[in-house]
Design a binder for this molecule. Structure first.
Ligand SMILES: [Zn+2]
Length: 278
């Protein structure tokens, strides 16, 4: 339905991303910069939110573009995830953004990606999107049907809340960003615009680092406020001196960052040997 790179993606934690290309840079070796145990947080007074079972996602082979998932049941399931969310900004604001078409939903992601927020310019929206309103650019929340259908247990639904909250941070980054940030966001998905504004890989990686670091921090703070164990080392490190080290450990070996951004990420994280990355 939409063309796009895999920027701002929220990858599944449990499933390694399938490599489709040969890495062009050295991958991170954790032994070269071992992650210390983060200082322990004081226990949070909060408790786990209550969770209801999400509506079942039904397969329907009439819709091959959704890999056999029936669109209305995908929408119902996502709607429940949004409307039952423990955070009022998701229940109210994100719900409104989706209902009013400010954010366009796309139930299709690349393998290994659970959810993804993108700014896609009109010229990249394919003709296969009937009823798509006419806008210069689209704010697209892509959600994997398989991932959505997999949210069955309480812990899985809580993870689902956290992933949606993470993607909502990217929406807020877009709306609160200055003109340059918005230009970079658009250029991430647009080779012509990249060339026009002279966006270098380093600028794109720095932008990605800032956005992902902030989105993961918000996600981890929310999980910690519930006393919910989530992405253990990463979320134990938020708001401690080892936070950027933990983000580097978590992100730098994942595509697409492993291919393009290791050097920049290493420099930004304070890696003692950032020069070893190309
Ligand atoms: Zn993200």
């Amino acid at each position: 339905m939409f063309f796009g790179a895999i920027y701002w993606s929220r990858q599944k934690e449990s499933k390694p991303v399938v490599r489709k290309s040969t890495p062009v840079v050295q991958t991170t070796d954790a032994n070269l910069w071992p992650m210390p145990q983060p200082p322990s947080h004081a226990p949070h007074p909060g408790s786990l939110p209550s969770v209801q079972v999400l509506p079942e996602v039904v397969r329907d082979n009439r819709y091959p573009e959704f890999r056999g998932w029936e669109p209305s049941s995908l929408q119902l399931c996502l709607k429940a995830l949004v409307q039952q969310h423990p955070r009022a900004d998701i229940r109210v604001e994100l719900d409104r953004l989706i209902r009013t078409g400010v954010i366009t939903l796309n139930f299709q992601t690349q393998d290994g990606i659970s959810a993804l927020f993108q700014v896609v310019q009109k010229k990249y929206v394919s003709e296969h999107s009937p009823g798509t309103p006419d806008k210069p650019e689209y704010l697209v929340l892509s959600v994997s049907p398989d991932w959505l259908a997999s949210l069955k247990t309480t812990d899985e639904v809580l993870e689902g809340f956290l992933v949606i909250y993470h993607e909502y941070q990217h929406y807020k980054q877009w709306t609160h960003g200055d003109a340059m940030m918005q230009m970079i966001a658009k250029a991430q998905e647009d080779p012509e615009l990249r060339a026009k504004i002279g966006l270098t890989q380093e600028m794109a990686c720095k932008d990605m680092w800032d956005k992902e670091t902030a989105a993961y921090a918000a996600e981890c703070r929310l999980a910690n406020s519930w006393n919910f164990s989530h992405m253990s080392l990463l979320c134990e490190s938020v708001d401690t001196p080892v936070w950027t080290h933990a983000v580097f450990t978590g992100l730098a070996s994942r595509e697409p960052y492993s291919l393009y951004c290791q050097r920049t990420f290493a420099e930004l994280a304070g890696h003692p040997n950032s020069g070893m990355f190309r």
